[in-house]
Design a protein around this ligand. Structure first.
Ligand code: MG
Length: 391
């Protein structure tokens, strides 16, 4: 077996995709970029192709693929379009690992195709595990492939839990920065603007996930992710507010001791851990701007319980997880719709959580057997959320 890992990145032009490529480029002795897939950012993709020389490029739609093909005509790189081409890419024999970083439910089929093809999946976007966690874990078991989390809290937990016996675990702890509205006046929060919500104190992220951090729906989704990845019931997965965002996760053990993972807020760390699993790469030596933490400079770290009155999304997520039957999928897609409406200025910040609560009340549970059922539950959530936006 070759010691070089062949990698395909789905969602290559996004933040996780580009940071994955940065790690890959720093370790040519470990990684090789086989294929890149993206929705429609032709300019960014052309730039990535120039720098990383993949064998295959897939764009979601024909139009952007055609434009890209024209630009790369002399390069001998195969440019394709559509979901079938994504499936072909992940099935290639020279692909060992697939980075799943497509925003939204559009990323689900690619993840399932990669697992079915027996490829390790490093999973960055939340939707697959939130919407279809049970099916996904079953698929990873059926095809004997590992799902490696890139979400920073889950990557930290995966690292902490190596060598820990299940019987000795009391609780898993996910930390939350609390977002920009942790201590803000509640009347201000209700009428907060997108600019207010996007001012995340510690992580620099895309708009959707920044708003999800401000409502804490992001953390609700992470509880759901952790429930499936680590196979523990949701009551044993706790959330602590930790504004400094330096402890990413912790494990409380039954003997009274704790394990905690600390590090800078740098997504390249969880990315590298997933790509090189179980190896730890020397990022602080190889990437010129990668730093470790200076604990003395930090001085102190603070923690507090989540105020669930301020952040109702957390309880909504837990209830959806408990109930199952398509609820998490509906919640996930409804959140996509409501956050977009907020970003477009069509609803206020407070209406995101209110709208989600109403969607959950109106949702009619489904029998979930496969991915199609999940996607239908997602469509229910989409339709119910859209009716809130239209008023
Ligand atoms: Mg996270």
């Amino acid at each position: 077996m070759s010691s070089i890992t062949g990698i395909a990145i789905l969602g290559a032009t996004g933040s996780v995709g580009r940071q994955s490529l940065e790690v890959i480029q720093a370790y040519p002795e470990h990684f090789n970029v086989v294929g890149l897939a993206a929705r429609r950012s032709v300019d960014t993709m052309a730039d990535l192709v120039d720098r990383h020389r993949p064998h295959v490029v897939v764009m979601e739609e024909d139009g952007p693929a055609e434009v890209l093909r024209g630009r790369l005509a002399s390069d001998g790189i195969s440019v394709q379009a559509g979901q079938a081409a994504v499936q072909e890419l992940v099935q290639r024999p020279d692909v060992d690992l697939v980075v799943a970083a497509v925003v939204g439910r559009a990323g689900l089929p690619g993840v399932f195709a990669a697992l079915a093809a027996g490829k390790r999946v490093a999973i960055a976007n939340k939707e697959p595990l939130v919407m279809a966690g049970e099916l996904l874990m079953a698929a990873s078991e059926r095809y004997h492939v590992e799902l490696l989390p890139i979400d920073s809290e889950h990557a930290a937990l995966a690292q902490l839990l190596r060598g820990v016996e299940r019987e000795s675990i009391d609780q898993l702890i996910l930390t939350a920065s609390g977002g920009p509205f942790l201590d803000a006046d509640l009347s201000f929060v209700r009428s907060a603007t997108p600019d207010d919500a996007l001012a995340h104190p510690t992580w620099n992220m895309g708009a959707k996930i920044s708003v999800d951090s401000a409502t804490m729906m992001n953390k609700a989704f992470e509880v759901i992710e952790a429930r499936w990845l680590f196979d523990l019931s949701q009551e044993r997965i706790q959330v602590l507010v930790h504004p400094e965002s330096r402890v990413h996760a912790a494990v409380k053990l039954l003997d009274g001791s704790w394990l905690a993972q600390l590090g800078p807020a740098d997504m390249r760390i969880p990315i590298a851990q997933a790509l090189a699993h179980p190896r730890i790469l020397d990022l602080t030596r190889r990437l010129k701007d990668a730093r470790s933490l200076d604990l003395c400079e930090l001085g102190k770290l603070s923690f507090r319980d989540v105020d669930e009155g301020r952040f109702p999304a957390l309880a909504l997520g837990r209830q959806a997880l408990e109930a199952g039957r398509g609820r998490p999928a509906a919640l996930c897609v409804a959140d996509e719709v409501l956050v977009q409406a907020f970003l477009d200025g069509r609803i206020g910040f407070g209406e995101i959580s209110e709208g989600l609560d109403e969607v959950m009340q109106e949702f009619i549970e489904r029998d979930i057997q496969d991915l199609d059922d999940i996607l239908l539950a997602g469509e229910d959530g989409e339709r119910l959320a859209a009716s809130k936006v239209e008023g």
